[in-house]
Ligand binder design. Structure first.
Ligand SMILES: *Cc1c(COP(=O)(O)O)cnc(C)c1O
Length: 374
């Protein structure tokens, strides 16, 4: 024990090893099965997980890929989006949403986010559409589903593809329907810290369009359906058997884990009202999965420092918008069109949130915030 040192926080942001201890025998068995089975890439465990995840999302097709960024990129490639095309993206998101667009040769065009949901604001889409616009990527940020009703009708009106970045929203619902099937295709990430995480990198594309699924299936495997017959310039982006087996073990626990997150969110929202924090807002049509519980405060750094002193680990998602990163210094971004997104990086604070948090830990976070803000 001494070798790895004592825990530095009383309340860690997310104790992943505690999660895995809950299901250790199942994970051990999955590992042994794959080892004994001998097939490590594109085998039965992947097929089984793809089926199970498609059923979970209530979609026809699921294609396992190497990570969430690749999932987005392969969707864009399969849709034929590339050089000369614009893709609308939220001004505030993890940079992967933008990177996928850039990596296929298209241009990310930021749309401001809604002041309460922090998701792409449908009211701002019209102003961003030009004849070059081909698609919208709606991100379900922090596990809060984007307004799929409004975005779908805008996409239909302008003849655009609607892609979901569901990397933070496994299991969330908008208007009663699971994310993953509300647009032309959706990208999921199984990065370990996501609501459904592998023991390494992983991702998936879901869609109700079998042809699109088939294109992604080829693109993830060197552009070939039949070995050594390459029809397109593909990638090597497969979800391996070991990760698929671990994910298959974890999927049946996802709803229980998401329910625990919702319980914690409810405790936070109840106890933290009227402390001067802006709390997360849930749209009437939304059933979020609380990937993160993000509050806002004008003196975020002071609040955060007080929590750190109290042994509470917090995070910031995200300290800088993609459009303000050095990587995107070459893009001509009109920041006057992004007032909400521009104000968020200085004020957002992510509180500890995970299915393994105890009630005592939730209470510690609440008490620490009450102490600093009262
Ligand atoms: C995590 C994440 C991704 C990228 O997923 P990776 O598996 O890490 O490549 C994309 N978009 C959003 C919103 C994410 O949170």
């Amino acid at each position: 024990m001494a070798a790895s040192g004592p825990p530095t926080s009383v309340v860690p942001f997310y104790d992943l090893s505690a999660l895995h201890r809950q299901i250790r025998p199942e994970l051990d068995a999955a590992y042994r099965d794959v080892l004994d089975g001998g097939q490590l890439i594109l085998g039965p465990r992947l097929a089984q997980f793809e089926q199970a995840f498609a059923r979970y999302c209530d979609v026809r097709e699921c294609v396992g890929v190497a990570n969430g960024l690749d999932a987005l990129q392969l969707i864009l490639e399969a849709l034929g989006i590339g050089q000369g095309d614009d893709v609308l993206v939220p001004g505030c998101t993890f940079i992967a949403t933008w990177l996928a667009v850039t990596r296929v040769g298209a241009t990310p065009v930021p749309v401001d986010v809604h002041p309460l949901s922090y998701n792409m604001d449908p009211a701002k889409v019209r102003d961003a559409v030009t004849p070059r616009t081909r698609a919208i990527i709606a991100v379900h940020l922090y596990g809060q589903p984007a307004d799929m009703t409004a975005l779908r009708s805008l996409a239909d009106e302008y003849g655009l593809r609607l892609i979901e970045d569901a990397a933070q929203a496994h299991g969330a619902r908008w208007a009663g329907r699971r994310v993953g099937g509300g647009g032309h295709a959706a990208a999921f990430s199984f990065y370990p810290g996501k609501n459904l995480g592998a023991l390494g990198d992983g991702g998936a594309v879901t869609t109700n369009d079998p042809e699109l699924a088939e294109s992604v299936r080829r693109l993830r495997n060197y552009g070939a359906q039949v070995k050594y017959q390459h029809e397109r310039v593909g990638a090597n982006s497969r979800l391996d058997e070991l990760q698929a087996a671990f994910l298959d073990v974890k999927l049946p626990h996802l709803d229980r884990w998401n329910a625990r997150r919702a319980e914690i969110a409810e405790q936070y929202s109840h106890a933290l009202a009227s402390l001067g924090l802006t709390l997360p807002w849930v749209a009437p049509e939304a059933e979020p999965v609380w990937h993160l519980y993000v509050v806002r405060h004008p003196e975020r750094d002071r609040v955060r420092a007080a929590l750190t002193s109290a042994g509470i680990e917090t995070s910031v998602h995200y300290p800088r918008n993609p459009g303000d990163q050095v990587a995107y210094a070459h893009l001509p971004i009109d920041r006057t069109r992004l007032p909400v997104a521009g104000s968020l990086p200085h004020e957002l604070l992510s509180l500890p949130m995970s299915p393994v948090m105890t009630d005592d830990q939730v209470t510690l976070v609440i008490r620490a915030l009450q102490a600093v803000l009262r």
